[in-house]
Design a protein. Structure first.
Length: 400
């Protein structure tokens, strides 16, 4: 076992994250497929009834979407903070290409959705549904291609998806917040201030941060701000250095890296698949050709498939043509098209935002149809394009 100890150290680069996240994406695919099969089987009534069972103050579905997903957002927040401060996004030159691609991939899908639904005011609240990329699913598909895709392109996709997640967190906080309970919100602000204070004082014990994080989650849940935001706020306060006096001392064992390391497996292989299983189940029993004319479903699907392709690829073309950034090493333009298509897989985040946008189960079902269609088209098209894409030859070595 000692020979493998180095491989078990906390991940410090996006490359290790990509490798493990790809496997998690495959598990998520299986969980989502199982949910769809059960939702269209004789066991469907039991499946849907179980999700509505109350356990204490919340239903099982709310425990999954508000509590388990808060842990997911804590992990996402840790990833964002680490990559921004210590990783592949630590400099502006590294952030600019995936950052521009992520921005284009959020704006254009939203505009396409609005174009399809401009005549239906009740549907406009779902504008952000196609703006998110599912990092686990996208990297899972990419992993099926093996060495056909250069490692730099996998890192680019992971960086883009992490920035995309940050954008989704901001969107949720700003646009999908219910009526505010000011007293609970004030309590959350006080707890967040205490967490920041611990960080500034150089306190490095994780149990104290996690205990206060639980209190922050309760206040956030009561306040009306979506409870998952508490996970991101907690992540921002977790120290990324082992000691304030020696910031360079063994950063891989900082509280942030240790917590991220402990959370990675349960998030990738338990929490996200459970979320997918609980939310992907949609019955096709009432599905008819009429769904092809349902602008809510079509707007979501078109936003994911066409919006991500146009937004992500358009931003990359602009950055490269202007000389502001270069393509990822050894990546060809045809491969960039494939990756832009994979960004249209919006499963986890899109489902999450869709559930926040609409309380009506009928509208939620229409959204799920669109997400499943858009994500499936994007995944299959992206895979095929990347499988057939011309690989860029490495640059020739200089003579002598």
């Amino acid at each position: 076992m000692s020979g493998t100890s180095n491989a078990r150290k906390p991940i410090t680069t996006l490359r290790k994250f990509v490798e493990s996240e790809s496997a998690g994406g495959l598990v998520l695919m299986a969980a989502a497929l199982l949910a769809i099969v059960i939702a269209n089987s004789p066991q469907a009534p039991a499946y849907f009834a179980a999700l509505k069972v109350y356990i204490g103050p919340l239903s099982l579905l709310h425990w999954i979407n508000d509590a388990l997903m808060a842990v997911f957002f804590l992990f996402v927040g840790l990833e964002i903070k680490r990559e921004m401060l210590d990783g592949q996004l630590s400099t502006w030159s590294r952030r600019i290409l995936p950052g521009a691609a992520a921005l284009g991939g959020m704006v254009v899908p939203g505009l396409i959705f609005l174009a399809f639904n401009r005549a239906d005011p009740s549907a406009l609240r779902g504008w952000a549904i196609p703006a998110a990329t599912d990092i686990a699913f996208a990297l899972g598909v990419l992993s099926l291609l093996g060495s056909r895709v250069p490692g730099s392109l996998k890192v680019f996709l992971a960086a883009l998806a992490i920035i995309d997640d940050l954008g989704a967190v901001v969107i949720i906080a700003l646009f999908y917040t219910a009526e505010i309970n000011l007293y609970a919100l004030l309590g959350g602000v006080v707890v967040f201030g205490l967490l920041l204070g611990l960080n500034r004082l150089g306190y490095r014990k994780l149990p104290a941060y996690l205990a206060l994080g639980l209190v922050l989650w309760v206040f956030t849940l009561i306040s009306g701000v979506h409870a998952t935001v508490a996970g991101v706020l907690l992540a921002l306060t977790i120290p990324i250095r082992t000691t304030p006096a020696k910031p360079e001392a063994d950063p891989a064992h900082s509280p942030l890296h240790r917590l991220e390391h402990h959370l990675h497996l349960p998030v990738a292989f338990l929490i996200v698949p459970i979320f997918g299983f609980a939310n992907a189940g949609v019955s096709f029993s009432g599905l008819s050709s009429a769904v092809l004319g349902d602008m809510l479903a079509v707007g979501v699907a078109a936003g994911l498939f066409f919006g991500k392709l146009i937004g992500v690829l358009g931003a990359v073309v602009l950055m490269e043509r202007k000389g502001w950034a270069d393509l990822p090493a050894n990546a060809s333009w045809s491969q960039m098209v494939g990756v832009a298509l994979l960004c249209g897989i919006g499963f986890t985040m899109s489902l999450f935002i869709g559930l926040l946008a609409f309380e009506d189960p009928a509208m939620q079902a229409r959204v799920k149809y669109g997400i499943l269609a858009g994500s499936l088209l994007s995944g299959v098209a992206g895979y095929l394009v990347l499988r057939l894409a011309r690989r860029e030859a490495p640059p020739p070595r200089a003579a002598g």
